[in-house]
Structure formats: C-alpha cells, structure tokens
Design a protein around this ligand. Structure first.
Ligand SMILES: [Zn+2]
Length: 916
C-alpha cells in the first residue's frame, strides 16, 4: 500500500489488488458530519453531500460510473467506481465535490429531494429505533442527537450563503483522505491525487474539528421503544467499551461473547415452549467508542425472561467462570464462524472500506492486512479459561450499560429495572449455581443411515464441465465444480407441479402448509431440537413451493457441512411431517397474528400486485378467514407429498469440491431417498394446469390507503411487455439493459430535473407463467418511486411521457454505449461464478432443451464475444416488446398514508415549527 500526506494536509491511501480486473474503487472520506451543525444549521451536512453529487451528476453519468455518498454524524464519504480509462476523469469528479459553491437554483432543486428523503426515513421503523437507541446510549454527548437528516423546518430556512459558509468553515483538506483500491498503478494514482487535490488551499487559521466524546456511565439506563410496526419484540443489553484496545483484547472479548451467547442459546433449547433467539453484535466503527449489543428476540412479551437469561449468564461466569472444556469448544466454534479470518476473495470494495475505516478511526496504517489473522493464529491457542472468564467483569450493569426493550405494545420500564436488581442481588449473594452441561442424548439428524443409491446413467459434458447423473431412485443430478477460494457448495433441486394442481377449496390449506411446516419441523425433528443439532454447522436448506414448481435449495461450507446439508435434504424427503391438534392451533394463532399485523408497505404492495395479476383465479394472498379455514389433515398431507418422490426432482449442484469427493455424500443421502412405489406429485411439465394471469387491457389507476408514517407515497407505474419465444434470450438481455437505462433516465428526470423524488427504482418481473417452450413470455417493467402525495399526478405523467418519447425517438448512442459498458463489466465479474452457473443450468434444463448442454454452453460463451446490444436493436425492442404507444396500456398503484395518520404527521410538523 502507498500512503502519504499532501502539503495541504490531505491524506491518500492507494492499494493495488487484481480482482476484479479493470475496476478501481475510489472514495473521498471527510471527517465532517452532522455533529458540527449548530441548531440553526440542522441538516446542512447532508444537504451539502447531496448538492455536491447532484452538481456533478451529468458528468458522472456520461463517464458511466456509479457514484454515491453518505453523511453520518461525524463523517461524509463520496464513492466512485472507475476503470483504468476513466480513472483521471473520476478523480476530477471526486475533486470537484470539494470545490463547493452553489447557486439558489441548485438549492431549490435538491431541497425537495432531501426533504422527501427525511420523510422516507421517518417511514422506516428501524431508523426510528436507531435514533431512540442513540439518544439513550449516547446521552450526555453530541452523538445523542444531530441526526444526519436534520430537522425539516430548519432545513427549509437554510440560505445559499449559510450553506456555502458552513462548507468553508469545516471542509478542509486536513480533514480529508482519498482512497483508491483495485486494478491500478500506485504511482499513477498518487500522481493524479497530487494533480487534482494539491491545489486546494489551506485556510488560515486551520480549522479543527472539536473532539466530541461519548462519556461512560455508571447507572444502568433503561428505555422502552414502543412502535406498532415492530415485527418481533426484542431486548437489548448494550455496553460501551473502550476503543483503545489491541487485537488480543479484541479476540478475547469476541470469544467471550460467543461463549456467553452460546450458553444462552443452550438454555433456550432446553425450554420447549419459548421461541427465543440470542445474538451479538460488535460495532467498532460508527462512533468513538466500541459498542456491544447482546440481543434476545422472541415472540410475545418475554422481555423479562430474555433480559434475565443474559444477565444471569454474565453473573454466573463472574461467580464460577467458564471451564476448560467449554473454552476449547468455543474457540473452535468461534474460528469457524469468524468470517474476517476465513479465506475471502479479494475485493476492491473490501479494501476500500478497510482503509476508510482506518482513516476515520485514526488507526496506524503500517500494519499489513494479515496482522489480525497472524494474531489469531498465535494468540488463540494460548487463551485460557481463566483469562476468558475475566472479561465478564467488564460487562457489569454498572459499566456503561443501557437496556433497551422494543415492543409493539406498552411495557413498563419498572419491570426491566426490577429484573436487573433481582439478578444483581442473586449474584451479590452468590446465589447463582454453576453451569451444568445437560446430558442431552446424542441425537443425530439422520437416525439410521440410508442405503446409498447407485448411478444408472452418467454423462460428462466436456465443454461445460458438468457431470449429469441419473440415480437409481430416479433423481437427476447435475454437478459443476468451479474454482473458488471459498469453501462453498450451492444447490437447487426443482420439480414441476405446484399449487395450481390442488383443488380450489384446498388452496389455502396447501399454500399455508409450509409456514406451518417450518414450525412443525420439516427435517424430521422439532425446530428447537433441530436447531441444536445443526448449531455448529455452516449449512442451510430452504424450500419454495410455487404455483407451478417446487424447489429446495441450500448453501453450505466445507465437506462436513455438505454432509449435514445433504442429511437435511434426505430428512425433508423421508420424514413424516405431523402435528398435534394443540400445536396446530398454536401455530394458526401465530399465523393469524402475523397476517393481521404485517400491514407494512412491502407486504401491501405484494398483496396488491398478486391480487391484480391473479385476480381472475383463486391464487390470491390469504386473508384471516382463509387462515382460519385451514384444514390440518389436508395441510399435512400436502406437506408430505410435495417433497416425497425423488424421481420428480432434478438437482443442480455448484461446488468448489471435486466431483469425486462430493459424490459419495450425494449417493448416500440424495441417492438414499427411497422412491415410492407409485409416483407422488410427479407431473409432466407440459401437462400442468394453468392459472389465468391477466394484465388489465385498459388503463387503470388504483389508490390504496395504508398506515404509513411520514408524508410519503409509494407509486408503481407498471408497463406490460411480451417477449416472443424465439427471441427470448436476446430480449432478456435487452430488458436487463433497458431496466438500467430507464432507471437512470427516470432518475435524472424526477430527481435531478424536478427535484421531487428521493427514491426511484426500475425493475422487471416475469409473470408466473406455466413453464413452456412454445408460448411467448409475458412480464412487467415496474417504475417505483416515493414522493409527496401532492406530486404524484405530475410525476406519473412525466414517467409515461418520457417512456412514450423513448418509444418514438429511441435511446441515444451515448445512453446505449454507457449502459453496455456497465453491463459488460458486470458480466465480466459475474460470469462463471456460482450464481451464474446455477442460473445457466436452471435456464437450460427448464427450457426443455433441444440441444445438448455443451452446445448451449458454447453458444452462451460465443454470445459474450458477439458484442452487446446496439442502438438500433435496443430501439426496435422497446417498440416491439411494449405496447405501442405505451400510454395506452399501463397500470398505476398508489399507496398513500391513511387519512388520519397523514393529518397526524402534519399537525406534528406544525407543532415542531411553532416550538422554536
Ligand atoms: Zn441523502
């Protein structure tokens, strides 16, 4: 790594790494954020970040680079991605961010966006929670307030002069660093930094940023965050820890916390009735002290039990310590879990963030990247049980502890306080008994090893490097080994036939059998038992059952994990899933509760979209009365039938393990699944029952009222498209490019020209059609944005007009070129990686191929060289695939805040404005 300081105080850090090739990640870090704002400047730092970027927007778009920025309490960062060719230009953009001088026109344009963003944040429950937690933990410090968004009524009063002055006062080169990582020449980059940044003048006197500290405290703090949008209740036990600690102390504390949480989890496994999970997070970056969050998450009001469990374990360790045996176990678990020391593929963004982190934390930069890893190797074996146990002393409730409960309903703080007093009394009196490791019977996932299957047909595709096996139980396996430094196997098994095949009256019993199933236990064990069986494994299996398809998919680490993972699939097929009447009633209740309470925006959007696409059929989202009508017997039967017959499934496996190494496990467990004497839920894909999917033929605009916080609407403008079966491959590539292009065109229009939209996204969705090799493919392009209710009419018209204009006039050369470059880069990075292979293989097998796999693969490779979409094909596609003109057929969904909640927030804003 090359680093240095320019005479004006600006630092630079340049680090070369080869992967991915021809990508350079740039960042400009500035140690200025919302914390230096005076009350009457609230929000100005965030506004400056926006103004800097929006002024350069045109320039950046033309250079084809992605850019982004963030404003925190004590920092501002600008990001840019460049290639070797665009590096100089990118550096120029980066430097222009800090030649800041704005006009009233700039301000008018961006103010609307920033205020819209504030409202958008307000509508996010996690951000609301974050602000409240900061207030409690950082009480007595400037960090408790100064939220980067600022205050709306102050923002609106900011003048151009004030903003320009704020910039001149704080944004000085001695507070800045340029970071460049990636495929670059170090000395070239240093030269560019000097060319573009050395001329920024030093001010006299040099401004210094005050040192805002966060004080430690002795009295435990309590807070209840009550919010109706919280999904699951939680209790957080948080501590502030000293930032100045070496790697050894960091390793020690991380292992200690692992041990603590491990015990809490063990305790929760023992109690069958509660559904409580424990986790831990260290934050050693965002503020000047390190933060530890110990969390318990549960359903129902179990705050006191969660809190007591964590505190009692801390007390128990202080009284009795952790024993040697446990210490050894934990060290192993910690090592397998600790991602920072696992072999990871080099990534320029990773190094960029690491260097930024060091800059903001004022850390020594001499140490090489491997210092931490080396320290782990040397120190880990030497850690003793006694040493580990001593860390508990630092986690007393008198050591800067804050206890925060999050709850959907009222919760008295006094209850939390009493629970803490109670545990502390027990500890003082020595009344906590030592830890007893329960003699849990040595359960295994699979009770008796199945008889391994054999291979009946075996084919190797040379060009693609794929083994295709037919197993004796009828299952088909396609195995692809890839080069990867990461130990990973990813797989996906699919079978045709799904919910469209069930009789209409049984639809919800079948559809909802899986949410029920995940509670009954899909792998032959009750979820709690199962969790404890796989707790030290890096393996997961999930399932999807759709209208036309059933699928299981999994991801796992090393070979041992693969065995666990394969065992899970075996159990999925082989175990009998049943459920007692009582369990069923209980789960039904949970399902009803979640359904009633999940009225958040995404849920609502999904339900609306589904309702309108499947409006003519029975495939709608469940309502409460549908849930109440679930038939237990039907649900269990369906659950058992879906994943039963191995001969209905084709499994695609992509792994870095050699075929010969993985094969025995595949034969043992996948091949070991017994084939039923009669086919079960085994369908010919061509004979599937079709569910009508209908896009409205007339224009349609629906307004839905949902309980939203903040004066913020969500709008979806939906344009249907059709892709001819014969041009499907080309069309899908075109759509990928078009989605990106439309995104940047609409974003530019609604955000930069109109200054009205903070969030905008364009994405494509394919209607869930019956798998077919002869029918045209239908889908939709969805333009989604958030705005003020008073603006949506105007903005919807703009989107539609712009789309019509594109159909008439076409994209320009520059637009097409720019998006193709991005796409090309993206392809280069992602082709032939795990996900690419899974997608390629799924696409191949599910399109009922008439050519063999090698031929398909070679065609795919060739198309890469053939070049990318050109202007004329893009322009003809946008006319061919979409309704012409598109303003004659589209649908708009508008989600707006419920009448009363909107009034509430207006009244609130007024009160706020009056208060000063
Ligand atoms: Zn922003």
């Amino acid at each position: 790594m090359v680093q240095g300081i320019l005479p004006n105080g600006l630092k630079y850090f340049v680090r070369k790494n080869q992967h991915p090739s021809d990508v350079v990640e740039l960042a400009l870090g500035i140690k200025v954020g919302a914390i230096v704002e005076k009350y009457e400047e609230s929000g100005v730092a965030h506004l400056i970040e926006h103004l800097s970027i929006s002024k350069q927007y045109k320039m950046v778009v033309e250079a084809g680079k992605c850019h982004n920025g963030l404003t925190g309490k004590d920092r501002t960062v600008f990001y840019l991605t460049a290639s070797k060719q665009t590096l100089e230009e990118a550096m120029q953009v980066l430097a222009s961010y800090i030649k800041f001088e704005i006009s009233p026109k700039d301000l008018r344009r961006e103010m609307g966006v920033v205020i819209q963003e504030l409202h958008y944040w307000k509508s996010n429950v996690k951000l609301r929670r974050e602000h409240e937690i900061a207030k409690v933990m950082f009480e007595g410090s400037e960090y408790a307030s100064h939220n980067p968004g600022g205050l709306e009524h102050i923002l609106k009063t900011l003048s151009v002069e004030r903003i320009n002055n704020f910039f001149k006062e704080w944004y000085h080169p001695n507070q800045m660093a340029v970071v460049a990582t990636g495929d670059l020449d170090e000395m070239d980059v240093v030269g560019l930094v000097k060319d573009h940044f050395a001329a920024i003048p030093i001010l006299d006197p040099v401004p210094t940023i005050p040192n805002f500290e966060i004080p430690f405290h002795n009295n435990v703090r309590f807070h209840c965050f009550v919010d109706s949008e919280i999904k699951k209740d939680e209790v957080w036990v948080t501590f502030k820890l000293d930032r100045n600690c070496d790697y050894k102390s960091k390793i020690l504390r991380s292992i200690f916390v692992e041990a603590l949480i491990w015990r809490c989890r063990r305790l929760s496994f023992r109690v069958d009735s509660n559904d409580m999970s424990f986790s831990q997070v260290f934050d050693d970056f965002s503020v000047p002290v390190d933060l530890l969050y110990l969390k318990a998450k549960f359903k129902g009001k179990q705050h006191i039990q969660g809190l007591t469990t964590i505190l009692t374990e801390l007390g128990r360790i202080r009284l009795h310590g952790i024993n040697e045996n446990e210490t050894d176990q934990i060290k192993t678990v910690w090592l397998t879990r600790s991602t920072s020391i696992k072999g990871q593929v080099d990534k320029s963004t990773k190094f960029r963030d690491m260097l930024l982190k060091k800059f903001f934390k004022n850390e020594a930069l001499q140490e090489d990247d491997n210092a931490y890893r080396k320290c782990v190797e040397e120190y880990l074996p030497c850690i003793t049980a006694t040493e580990l146990s001593t860390f508990a002393e630092k986690l007393k409730t008198s050591c800067s502890c804050s206890i925060i409960a999050t709850s959907r309903g009222h919760l008295p703080v006094l209850d939390l306080r009493n629970a803490v007093d109670c545990v502390n009394c027990l500890e003082e009196a020595g009344n906590i008994v030592p830890w007893v490791e329960e003699d849990t019977p040595c359960a295994t996932i699979v009770s008796t090893l199945p008889k391994p299957g054999t291979i009946t047909q075996n084919k190797f595709f040379d060009a693609a490097g794929v083994h295709e096996l037919h197993l004796s139980n009828g299952m088909i396996i396609s195995y692809k080994q890839i080069d990867s430094e990461v130990d990973q196997t990813t797989y996906r098994g699919f079978a045709y036939g799904g919910l469209s095949e069930v009789p209409e009256p049984q639809y919800y019993s079948c559809k909802l059998s899986f949410p029920l199933g995940s509670k009954i236990g899909l792998f032959g064990h009750k979820p709690r038992v199962f969790k404890s069986l796989v707790r030290e494994r890096d393996a997961s299996v999930g399932i999807v059952h759709d209208i036309y398809e059933r699928m299981f998919f999994g991801e796992c680490g090393s070979l041992v994990d693969l065995e666990t993972s394969m065992q899970m699939v075996y159990q999925l097929f082989s175990s009998n899933k049943t459920c007692s009447r009582e369990e069923f009633e209980e789960e039904l209740e949970t399902l009803l509760n979640t359904n009633a309470r999940d009225r958040n925006m995404e849920k609502a959007v999904k339900a609306i979209l589904c309702d309108f696409l499947y409006g003519n059929s029975f495939c709608r989202e469940a309502k409460c009365e549908d849930i109440r009508a679930i038939d237990l017997k039907v649900a269990c039967e369906y659950l058992n039938r879906c994943f039963k017959d191995p001969s209905a499934f084709h499994v695609l496996i992509v792994s870095n393990l050699e075929y010969e190494v993985a094969l025995p496990l595949i034969l043992q467990y996948l091949g070991g699944i017994e084939r039923p004497s009669e086919p079960v839920f085994h369908y010919d894909p061509k004979m599937l029952k079709e569910v009508p999917v209908q896009f409205p033929s007339a224009l349609r605009r629906d307004i839905f009222q949902v309980p939203l916080k903040g004066d913020c609407c969500r709008v979806d403008v939906i344009f249907p498209f059709t892709s001819k079966i014969e041009s499907q491959v080309k069309d899908s590539y075109f759509l990928k490019c078009a989605t990106g292009l439309l995104n940047s065109i609409f974003f530019n229009c609604l955000r930069h020209e109109q200054g009205k939209v903070y969030k905008l996204d364009v994405f494509q969705s394919y209607s869930r059609q019956k798998p077919s090799s002869t029918e045209d493919v239908r889908g939709e392009i969805i333009v989604m944005f958030a705005c003020f209710p008073s603006d949506y009419d105007l903005l919807i018209n703009l989107v539609v007009d712009e789309f019509v204009r594109l159909q008439n006039e076409g994209f320009t050369d520059e637009e097409v070129q720019c998006i193709c470059q991005c796409q090309q880069k993206d392809d280069k990075e992602n082709t032939f990686k795990t996900i690419w292979w899974l997608q390629f293989l799924s696409r191949y097998y599910q399109s009922f191929p008439t050519i063999d796999l090698d031929a398909a693969f070679l065609m795919e490779v060739a198309s890469r060289h053939e070049g990318y979409a050109d202007k004329s094909s893009m322009n003809s596609a946008i006319r061919r695939m979409f309704h012409l003109p598109c303003n004659s057929n589209y649908v708009v969904h508008i989600l707006e805040p419920e009448e009363d909640s909107a009034e509430d927030s207006e009244a609130e804003a007024e009160a706020e404005a009056e208060a000063d």
